[in-house]
Design a protein around this ligand. Structure first.
Ligand code: SF4
Ligand code: SF4
Length: 413
């Protein structure tokens, strides 16, 4: 685990624990604190202790600014003055995007040094394997079918499990609260709205057809993993292609062909055209989370007796108008949609605080703080324990990567 990863990880975990503590969940905070300390002591990895020291110094700041730090979110292209849920969500999204940017820089420096045949003084960030979902799927198949753990990109399988768990527990909260690509899409969309004010929403039939694209892409990826014979997986995991799958992925984006350039342009155009266009139409991860999220016990639920419509006989559709995913909230009692990102914009917009909740059918309500803590714990505590257990760090020797990066173009499956 690299120094940047370690420090980011401990800062995020201490912040989550402090949120739990300030939300009066003292036992939860104590348990999470104990898990964190145990992982630190077992690992004895010095950057984790630097992160701990730094976060202890920052604790008074966390307290002073919890949780209202950032500006409000982007709703229908307008940057709105934020309420607490939006502020916290935007802060988390920006902090995670910033840390991913640092990871990208670290990865690029490491790769450039390898290419120049200089032993890297900056280690490869293992978290970059989160961008290898196919490798993660193949690794999971190897773990489940053969009991075999990959030694080259083990973090890919760990991060796939983390993302699936977020979907299973709290809808597509990963898309709404963590994904840096979704944030980039939001900025692109608001930039477009500055110059072209119209919404340009597609008709419902076209929207439905476009939404199916991401499921087709997901089906193609799942088919790829499922049709790979189990017996051939050890050979694949030990092959040159898998050892440099991260570098091949980087090369794909850095030296695009004419066709991939056209695809990128189309993706950017879709993201600028429609709010959450990339997540809604293209992203196979979004499709996977959309499917898994049907199983999530937590959903947006409307208590009709409290709602202004049934309770007071008034007209109201503020929740629907606030929804960035175009879900009709004000006529439903439970939002089961695969597009719901648990962003809580509808709850924030509702004038009757008891009318809308993110809750289970048996009445357990999750606040925006609770959701933040859950998402951060899943995103950081599981990788920390994977690291402690030896299921995180790549064991590919630097010399092998240095040799392979010189022949990247000729390495195939
Ligand atoms: S239904 Fe509510 S939580 Fe779900 S996407 Fe719409 S605004 Fe966000
Ligand atoms: S915003 Fe609140 S009160 Fe208005 S329709 Fe939605 S749930 Fe009911």
């Amino acid at each position: 685990m690299s120094t940047i990863e370690s420090i980011t990880l401990v800062l995020a975990l201490v912040y989550s624990i402090s949120l739990l503590y300030w939300s009066k969940q003292k036992w939860g905070a104590a348990l999470c604190g104990a898990l964190l300390m145990a992982a630190l002591v077992i690992s004895l990895h010095w950057p984790l202790f630097v992160g701990l020291g730094l976060s202890l110094l920052l604790l008074p700041l966390f307290n002073k600014f919890q949780p209202a730090l950032a500006q409000g979110g982007v709703v229908n292209g307008q940057r709105v003055k934020g309420n607490k849920a939006n502020q916290l969500k935007e802060m988390i999204r920006h902090a995670l995007a910033l840390s991913m940017m640092l990871v990208g820089i670290q990865f690029a420096i490491n790769a450039a040094l390898l290419k120049a045949e200089i032993t890297p003084w900056l280690v490869r960030p293992d978290i970059g394997d989160a961008f290898l979902p196919i490798a993660g799927g193949i690794e999971l198949k190897a773990i489940l079918g053969l009991g075999l753990w990959d030694q080259n990109h083990p973090a890919a399988a760990v991060m796939l499990v983390v993302v699936l768990l977020t979907g299973l527990l709290c809808k597509r909260a990963f898309c709404g609260w963590a994904c840096p690509l979704g944030l980039a899409g939001d900025y692109l969309y608001s930039l477009r709205k500055r110059f072209i004010k119209q919404e340009l929403a597609p008709p419902a039939w076209l929207d439905w057809i476009l939404r199916m694209i991401k499921y087709l892409l997901l089906a193609a990826l799942v088919l790829l993993v499922f049709t790979m014979p189990l017996a051939s997986i050890p050979h694949y995991l030990d092959g040159y292609y898998h050892k440099v799958a991260d570098l091949k992925m980087a090369l794909f984006f850095l030296s695009p062909t004419a066709i991939s350039l056209m695809c990128f342009s189309l993706i950017l155009a879709i993201a600028a055209w429609k709010r959450q266009g990339f997540c809604r139409y293209i992203c196979p991860y979004g499709a996977l989370l959309g499917l898994v999220s049907f199983l999530s016990p937590f959903k947006i639920r409307r208590t009709t007796e409290q709602c202004l419509i049934e309770g007071k006989g008034m007209k109201c559709d503020k929740c629907t108008r606030a929804c960035p995913a175009n879900i009709i909230v004000h006529t439903q009692t439970t939002i089961r949609s695969d597009e719901c990102q648990a962003c809580m914009n509808c709850i924030s917009a509702c004038p009757k605080k008891e009318a809308l909740h993110f809750s289970t059918r048996w009445g357990m309500v999750m606040s925006y703080r609770g959701l933040t803590v859950l998402v951060l714990m899943l995103l950081f505590m599981i990788p920390l324990w994977a690291y402690v257990g030896g299921f995180w760090h790549s064991e590919t020797p630097t010399e092998i990567r240095m040799m392979l990066i010189q022949h990247l173009n000729s390495i195939g499956h």
